[in-house]
Design a protein around this ligand. Structure first.
Ligand code: SF4
Length: 373
């Protein structure tokens, strides 16, 4: 049942030790500003005091939140607890890089109130990690999972990437399963404009896997992880059981309200979306002046809200409400025959082949495109 007064709280930590060549998230390598950023987030949190009745999830994402010190993370968690209302059983997640995860760090995170870790493993092959220019090794990932368990974390998610040159995807998945994580995220390598990999692709020094290969890798993960009992509940996400689904990210997919703090963070209250400036200096300066660090905002029309619910719902095994689907019965029946959706209990649910074309599925349902052959 949806709690209408509840929201998720996201804190964007925009710092990384170095920039990965495939990454287009907003993050900077300069760590000298972390204290100023921390103070600014505390100010921003205060500006939203009373705006959201309660938060059911807290999520520190980035960037690399595990680069922050115990003092900085403690300050932020304390301010979250005192400035806004967080429910007692809130899911509190922090993204960590394996090379930051000593046993001591894991214990500190647990003592500060985090109860879920998202570990950026990417691959268990050091050659593949070298290609991605990650700072950690496969061994450090294994140790990070061990340290998490020793510190009392029962809810651990591992991030993996696929579609990487010379990667043995089955070996990566098999190693991940041996660690029995509560949750797995499997992201396809996508080459985005503005990244080093994009430039390499333009210069023909990097060629991405073909669409066919990527499709096979996606389907392989679905059957391999499904065979081990994991539920494929969102295009890129698998849970050991329903209780292990990511509660914070599920708010996004269910189009539920969230407040995002930090540079470039987005917020949504159910009708309006707003987002912050994508500059650490600009963000800190605006908050020093007592202003909201906004870049822009938009109020969504009833039709825009419907389309967003449709797009997000069709990425998940929950599907979208039939009431949000603009198709006539003939289109629905045709897409069912094509094996892309099923219609049940008043919802349109993507099949695994439907998830493969999740970005196009809303267009197909709205009759703007023909089904793939
Ligand atoms: S550590 Fe994560 S956020 Fe930072 S540059 Fe690499 S992929 Fe991007």
């Amino acid at each position: 049942m949806t709690d209408p007064g509840a929201a998720g709280l996201y804190i964007h930590v925009p710092f990384c030790a170095s920039k990965c060549p495939y990454c287009d998230f907003f993050s900077i390598a300069a760590a000298g500003m972390t204290d100023a950023w921390c103070a600014a987030v505390c100010r921003e949190l205060d500006l939203y005091r009373g705006s959201f009745p309660r938060f059911k999830t807290v999520y520190f994402g980035g960037g690399t939140p595990s680069l922050l010190s115990e003092r900085q993370l403690g300050l932020l968690m304390e301010r979250v607890r005192t400035s806004v209302s967080v429910v007692g059983d809130a899911e509190c997640t922090i993204e960590v890089n394996p090379d930051d995860m000593s046993l001591e760090k894991a214990r500190v995170l647990r003592s500060l109130g985090f109860n879920r870790l998202s570990i950026g493993v990417q691959s268990f092959d050091d050659g593949v990690l070298g290609f991605l220019q990650r700072r950690h090794t496969a061994r450090q990932s294994l140790e990070a999972v061990e340290h998490a368990a020793a510190a009392g974390f029962e809810n651990v998610s591992l991030d993996l990437m696929y579609g990487l040159p010379r990667q043995d995807w089955q070996a990566d998945l098999a190693q991940a399963l041996r660690l029995q994580p509560a949750h797995l995220s499997c992201y396809q390598l996508t080459i985005k404009p503005g990244t080093v990999f994009f430039r390499m692709q333009q210069e023909n020094s990097l060629s991405p896997e073909s669409e066919d290969t990527l499709e096979q890798l996606f389907l392989f993960a679905d059957s391999f992880l499904g065979g081990a009992g994991y539920q494929h509940y969102e295009v890129s996400n698998y849970a050991r059981d329903a209780a292990c689904e990511a509660r914070h990210n599920s708010r996004y997919w269910r189009h539920l309200p969230y407040l995002g703090l930090g540079p470039a963070a987005h917020s949504f209250d159910g009708h309006k979306r707003w987002w912050n400036v994508d500059s650490v200096q600009g963000y800190c300066r605006l908050l020093e002046d007592g202003a909201f660090p906004l870049a822009d905002e938009e109020t969504l029309s009833v039709e825009q809200l419907r389309l967003e619910r449709l797009m997000l719902g069709l990425r998940t095994s929950r599907g979208a409400a039939l009431a949000d689907v603009g198709s006539d019965e003939r289109t629905l029946a045709q897409l069912e025959r094509e094996g892309l959706i099923t219609v049940r209990s008043g919802r349109v649910v993507p099949t695994i082949r439907g998830m493969l074309v999740a970005d196009r599925l809303p267009l197909l349902l709205e009759g703007h495109e023909n089904a793939p052959a």
